[in-house]
Design a protein around this ligand. Sequence first.
Ligand code: GLU
Ligand code: ZN
Length: 468
Amino acid sequence: MTVRTRFAPSPTGYLHVGGARTALFCYLYARKHGGQFVLRIEDTDLERSTAESVNAILEGMTWLGLDYDEGPFYQTQRFDRYNAVIEELLAKGLAYRCDCSKDRLEKLRVDQMAHKQKPRYDGHCRQRQIDPDAPHVIRFRNPADGVVIVDDLIRGRVPFANEELDDLIIRRTDGAPTYNLSVVVDDADMQITHVIRGDDHLNNTPRQINILRALGHEPPRYAHVPMILGDDGARLSKRHGAVSVISYRDQGYLPEALLNYLVRLGWSHGDQEIFSVEQMIDLFDIGDVNKSASAFNTDKLDWLNQQYLQHADPARIARLLSPHMGRLDIDPSTGPDLVEVVKAQAARAKTLTELAEISAFCYRDFDEFDEVSAKKHLRLVAREPLERVRAAFELMAYEDWTPEALKRAVERIAEELEVNMGKVAQPLRVAIVGRAASPGIDETLMLVGKDATLRRIDKALAYIATRG
Ligand code: GLU
Ligand code: ZN
């Protein structure tokens, strides 16, 4: 048997992190077993489904590198098929027409509530003959008794009594097939062997199993993935900041960091934190996912992103960083090679956005000194060291402006003044970068270049002068 999984989002919003994690699990399971991964767009809710949302989902999948082998299939293109199956169920007596009025159903509900019963359809039309040309819905004839066992790969055996499941509507009055019917037809037609999805669907599963069996199919295996909570314990939502996968991209997260983060949400392998996609495929097993919900933790995502920023190919990071520089109105071609900037700076930033911010000084003068850094380092005692380095730098030829020569120059001045290196390098750093944090002073000077270095030292000296 070839393993076949599917990710089946409804295009009623963007691809959020919960959906992305489900998609990742489906992807990993298929890859691990040499199977296929199918993408199916469940767009039957015509009012809520939008083309933008479909695009956002596809864009998110592509960005994360969750390649599917088949699809995207669109349910709206399969209505004929669903109707054919509904006709088949009707013909076999496995489904029936129901013309119960809203009033009747409402009265039934009120009565049941009054008797502390669970509201459910009472089977009123099961044996009635209803004119096919008059308005009606079609209901599935659910088995009246017995138990449906959902043998879930994550949750274990979950029994549902058929008594609790009423005869579900599979086609609405307007002729539209309902969610449970179309999912079942698709899962069977697409030969899905493993349904991995959010546990908000667990209650649908026994109904789907009954319909599948009525159609003569062996149900697939199911794995219901617990939901993701925000760090406050509530279900993860917009309130907790970014939940759309694409907004993580826009904030400067790397797709491999987000994937790594998502795979660890509710799953672990010893105390290993970093997983390449290959390792995930190798080590991940859907049966090892926690039963309980897991909480999203942005600090941990930041930590992972920093790890990946630091160890990824600098040329690739530079390409990804470029648009973030653009957002700061910086055109990286007007200054030092962005790849060199990445090499010097990548370990210092948690996101590409932050990396762009802390690298802006390589391309343009900053407006103001960071107050704390300036207070501490741009004091009267810094005047002489700064004047001396300025004089030394001015004499250097452009072609000698190398990290080695710059380092030697700074060291020599520290020796001459009989102070430690920091007494020269720190004021110099604040002068050049605007704050006390930057890569090594030699690299920093190198990236900024001679002209800007001299200009910024002058500015720092002027600042010191105003402090008196
Ligand atoms: N379309 C459903 C949703 O987005 C998922 C259905 C399924 O996976 O069976 O919630
Ligand atoms: Zn009825």
